[in-house]
Design a protein around this ligand. Structure first.
Ligand SMILES: CSC[C@H]1O[C@H](OP(=O)(O)O)[C@H](O)[C@@H]1O
Ligand SMILES: Nc1ncnc2[nH]cnc12
Length: 293
């Protein structure tokens, strides 16, 4: 049996894990460099939780320079089976208003220049990203929201921009015309790397603004984003707390195989694999290595 361990990646304005007990901070070393901060190990309702503030305490790291590979690898080394990511997002739809939580189900990646894979020359792999969100994990969040009386919209496409500047008016209108629902700067490559590391992943988007397309709202700025996050931080903590309290002790198999994503994904023949890269992949490939795949 694999014990369920839930990782929580906190976004802008979310730098700790309220409600967790038996807290312990630990710096986890990875072959990919430094994670954003020490990992915080704790327990909520008997479920093991591992928290990481994506931008580091004090919000030191910009979206483009977060070491996403180190963050996901550190979570993998900590035994994390499922990641709940919390992200502040702009909205392109009136029905996704500031303060609302949205369970994202698709991503569009417009980032560039960020290392976005653990794999590469010497060990080539192609995982499926058709369905980037783990459906059972997402359903657990929806159920927890209902149980806590927290409004949450189910389904939405999040476009991830490079930033750090917010979008121009023309870009905002373009994303809206494309039918995207939400915009942020961090879900990619985080979700891709979680998939490569065989960690089930779901995003709770907290709508903070209407970006800059809305004729009746001011364009987004940092102060208004953080004000909305502060006002909704208690609800976010309650939501995550409830998910963890109701979480099964044993990791439940992901129906779309996000926890087995490397089965049939690695293309490089075993005798052509680069030993140095394989060493760095020891955590990411632990299950497939143990299974002799
Ligand atoms: C504070 S506004 C822009 C900033 O907020 C979002 O962060 P996160 O996704 O970590 O909650 C957005 O992606 C930008 O990084
Ligand atoms: N409008 C916006 N664009 C990009 N990232 C955001 N994070 C919060 N609001 C955002």
């Amino acid at each position: 049996m694999t014990r369920a361990v839930v990782g929580i990646i906190g976004g802008s304005g979310v730098y700790d894990l309220p409600g967790a007990e038996n807290l312990r901070r630990e710096r986890v070393a990875t072959p990919w460099g430094e994670p954003s901060d020490e990992l915080v190990f704790g327990e909520i309702g008997g479920t093991q939780a591992v928290f990481l503030p994506r931008h580091g305490r004090g919000h030191r790291l910009a979206p483009s320079t977060i070491n996403y590979r180190a963050n996901i690898d550190a979570m993998k080394r900590a035994g994390v089976t499922d990641i709940i990511s919390v992200s502040a997002c702009g909205s392109f739809k009136s029905q996704f208003f500031p303060g609302l939580f949205v369970l994202v189900d698709q991503f569009v990646d417009r980032t560039f220049g960020r290392p976005s894979s653990f794999f590469g020359d010497g060990c080539v792999a192609h995982v499926s990203m058709a369905h980037p969100i783990a459906p059972k994990l997402s359903a657990r969040i929806a159920t927890a929201a209902r149980a806590e009386g927290i409004e949450i919209a189910v389904g939405g496409t999040y476009v991830c921009m490079e930033g750090p500047q917010f979008s121009t008016y023309a870009e905002s209108l373009h994303y809206k015309a494309m039918g995207y629902d939400l915009i942020g700067m961090t879900a990619m490559p985080e979700a891709k790397l979680a998939r490569e590391a065989e960690i089930s992943y779901a995003t709770i988007a907290m709508v903070t603004d209407f970006d800059c397309w809305h004729p009746e709202h001011d364009h987004v700025d940092v102060a208004s984003v953080i004000e909305i996050v502060r006002n909704n931080a208690a609800a976010a903590a309650k939501l995550v707390g409830r998910v963890l309290k109701d979480f099964p002790a044993e990791h439940e198999a992901c129906p779309i195989g996000s926890d087995r994503a490397l089965d049939n994904a690695i293309l490089t023949a075993p005798d052509a694999r680069d030993p140095a890269l394989l060493k760095k992949l020891d955590a990411v490939m632990a299950r497939v290595n143990a299974a002799g795949k």
